[in-house]
Ligand binder design. Structure first.
Ligand code: CMC
Length: 430
């Protein structure tokens, strides 16, 4: 915080309004516009693109420079030297764990991987062809009906237990939503396995055979979770904060986050990337789709390109591209037609002035879609996997908010509807 001030002069108002300006440790200063309310004025900022809705110490992004820091640590360093659960610890507690703290954290997460047996029955209420994100919205919300002993948000211990439960159970529920869709038995978690390895075991294992998860694929999966772990005040995280600001329980808040993540402009993009590649179908049709993406009268956009915040490159995409290369080499995939389209598309878009001028680079979802496809994850599960990784970010932000001072979120509006008018009786309406 600083002593800086901004002075606002509004037409028709004699006085000037002084607004405090706060500086963070990094990033742009923010102007505190709270004083406007008492003068019967609000700020207008559709999409909240210029509004800092909270103070946070968790994640910093400089979209222009392509920087992403979690608690100060660059994402590429975390992706290279850390793993998902260690990054979870960092996001939740603010510091990297000591070896002992890490061991305790990992073993506590492992103790919570199973879900209440009744949840297995709960799944039977869904249609088999339901989208797994629809199932996840339902089952994660329903966790509050199963874990009554961690719903008191004013109790730090309850908050911690809810955090462990959510981080540990999300892969189990995600894999269950897939197994349910293909009619295979649910796999119980195997707590001898690492977090990502266990997820792949529950996805692809079956009770008749021992699981054999490739360490390269488990590492790639872990990186996907890690690279999606948090991204400051994005749409789903802001949704979790807004839901949490009313005092809602953490399971309900995370279910709200999952719903917000589902949209194709946010977490749904990785699924949309693969659907787009399938629609293109052949390298010879790429030019046609690139022209459509550039046509103002055509709503089509190249999925997996561009980002609301990154206007240089997405630092996660760099790491994800390396992981994609590792996975393709491990699996010996060289001639996959969709991957050939993806590679050519990437090349064309990186050279085309339309994309260069608008700073539209391949984003994290472009490459994560390719990796997940290569691993054999069905496209409908892509956004679910994003949700698994992002759960810790949602919880970290929810916890930061609940453990500090907060008010119920209540945005304002610029009303442009009718002024007051008298009710018209049914028989008098034309
Ligand atoms: N393909 C073609 N043109 C595009 C694209 C695209 N993917 N993205 C933006 N543009 C154009 C847009 O038409 C506009 O052109 P003009 O200036 O001539 O009007 C210009 O680029 C700026 O676009 P914008 O809509 O103002 O950008 P935005 O910051 O509001 O949108 C976005 C960001 C991610 C919603 C958008 O780039 C998009 O729809 N991308 C495809 C979906 C996608 O990959 N989303 C995943 C984002 S990463 C995952 C996450 O963090 O959630």
């Amino acid at each position: 915080m600083s002593d800086k001030k901004a002075t606002l002069k509004v037409d028709g108002l004699d006085e000037t309004i002084e607004l405090p300006v706060y500086s963070g440790t990094l990033g742009p200063d923010v102007i505190d516009v709270g004083a406007l309310t008492s003068r019967d004025m609000f700020t207008y900022d559709p999409g909240f693109v210029s509004t800092a809705a909270c103070e946070s110490k968790i994640t910093y992004i400089d979209g222009g420079k392509g920087i992403l820091l979690h608690r100060g640590y660059p994402i590429d360093q975390l992706a290279e030297h850390s793993d998902y659960l260690e990054t979870c610890y960092l996001l939740l507690y603010g510091e990297l764990p000591t070896a002992e703290q890490k061991e305790t954290f990992v073993s506590t997460v492992k103790r919570h991987t199973m879900v209440h047996e009744q949840i297995r029955t709960f799944f039977n209420g869904f249609r088999r062809d339901a989208h797994p994100m629809a199932v996840m919205c339902g089952v994660v919300g329903a966790l509050s009906a199963f874990y009554h002993d961690s719903l008191d948000i004013s109790d730090e211990h309850h908050r911690q237990v809810a955090a462990f439960r959510l981080i540990a159970k999300m892969p189990t529920l995600a894999a269950m939503s897939y197994k349910f869709s293909i009619g295979q038995p649910f796999m119980y978690p195997d707590n001898n396995m690492g977090y990502a390895e266990n997820f792949l075991h529950m996805m692809f294992g079956n009770p008749c055979e021992p699981s054999n998860v490739s360490p390269v694929l488990a590492r790639a999966m872990d990186r996907i979770f890690l690279l999606h772990a948090d991204h400051e005040q994005n749409a789903s995280t802001s949704t979790v904060r807004l839901a949490g600001s009313s005092g809602a329980n953490p399971f309900a808040c995370i279910a709200a986050g999952i719903a917000a993540l589902w949209g194709p402009s946010h977490g749904g993009a990785n699924e949309a990337v693969l659907e787009m590649l399938e629609e293109i179908g052949d390298v010879s049709r790429i030019d046609e789709f690139v022209s459509r993406a550039k046509d103002k009268d055509d709503p089509f956009r190249l999925m997996g390109f561009g980002h609301r915040v990154y206007k240089n490159f997405d630092p996660r995409a760099k790491v994800m591209k390396e992981a994609a290369d590792d996975v393709l080499a491990e699996l010996g995939i060289e001639n996959d037609p969709l991957l050939a389209i993806a590679k050519r598309l990437e090349q064309i878009a990186l050279e085309d002035p339309y994309f260069i001028e608008r700073k539209l680079y391949p984003n994290v979802d472009f490459y994560s879609g390719i990796i997940l496809k290569a691993i054999g994850i069905p496209t409908s599960m892509f956004t679910v996997i994003f949700a698994v990784g992002r759960t810790v970010g949602w919880i970290a932000h929810w916890h930061e908010m609940i453990s500090g001072s907060y008010r119920i979120g209540r945005p304002r509006q610029l009303y442009t509807g009718h002024t007051q008018r008298d009710f018209v009786a049914l028989d008098k309406r034309s």
